[in-house]
Design a protein around this ligand. Sequence first.
Ligand SMILES: [Zn+2]
Length: 468
Amino acid sequence: MASPRVIAIQFDGLRADALSEQSTPNLLAAAERGAWFRNHHSTFPTSTRVCVSSLATGVYPEKHGLPGNSLFSRELGETITTGRHENLLAWERAMGGCLLLRDTFFERVGGGAIISAASSGSAWLWNAGRAARLIHPVAAYPAEERETIEEVREIPAGGEPDLDRCAWVLDLALDYVIPKLEPAVLVIHLSEPDSTQHQEGAAGAVHRQALEGVDRLFGAFWQKFQSERDDWSQTNLLLFSDHGVVATAGMIDLEAELADLPGRGDSWQVAHSEGAALFYAESEKTLLELVAFLQTKDWAGPLFSKDGEGIEGALPGTMSLGLAGCGGARAPDLLMGFQWGDGFLRGENREGALPGWGYSSVNNKGSGGTHGSCSPYELRNFLIGAGPAFPAGARVNAPTGNIDLAPTILSLMGKETCGLDGEALTSVSRGRGEERVYRVDSKGFAQTLSRAEVDGRFYLNFARLEKA
Ligand SMILES: [Zn+2]
């Protein structure tokens, strides 16, 4: 009865700069035992399901085909939220298969298991190719798995902070999944601190409780795993977040704001991805009207459209979607990251607060914090690798990101990593790369986009819109 070769634990929304001796001592202890990737990057839009799809496939959204937390499906003729797995199933059926356009690492490995305390949609996307067992309160795969897990351990209600559910998935891993299913690769998705951050932002007593709580639960899990498993030292632990978070500067009702632009639902559509918005329109005239309107709004940030000349998008005044890894067959016609800024909001609760703010669409789950846009506060996340493949005490300053998780797991499992955007992190002697800044100017608007580029790969640092 062998332990998993890889246990990958997702701490949803945990910012790299939120790790501290005070709040996350167990994560820092793991970093001491292993390699800490200090220059780690999310994917844009920095929304959970987009990020999970990149984590599972090792490619940017333009290749995996999941462009936002919500999207407009031309096949269904409607906007759907990808937070519910039933919607993903309906979308998949309408497209004739292929929920994601690339295999997940579970398909290449030929099995594995996922336990998730997050939304059913994000749980389902980890297992888009149905190669692994999926354990989630409502979206188990195969479906019979749900009855088994209810017998093993009663499913707790979600809470604030959502620590009971986080404890439930970790206990279930130790009591059932590891000993009974014996997966070679196990992914555990914890809903905190993201769940609390949506309500409270990344500040204050409840946020600290969520951060400390999830770290404590991880520490107890790891200790128990070591005490129960003789071969524990063969397991590689990957501890990571999918994206960061910013304080919400304002909740924008896009439909109401755009009420004067005729034809919504007919000639144009909008899908919300919290800190990003995806626009779809057949006519270039409508898209140009949308661009012109958005450029007048303080809450609107960088704009991207289908590839035009060089780094510019086909719509004047926008950048190319491809520059941010967001193009491809399923891309929206126009993608907007909400405006963001450095420092703190006026009147913000600053107790333990982290800098950075941004606007959000009204479909955000709370009013405290948001993510989805292209600020460095959302694009910087964390990764720690501990176990036989990672030298103790290594500090890696080379750029790395979400796209590197799948190739790293494949490499640890002795599988090929060809055709992926990312690279295996099992060799920590990586090039440091260089920062390249791209700029598009148009009629009083300057858009800049910064990427870390290394050995043909890129990682997005930020994209910013400045108005003259
Ligand atoms: Zn997330």
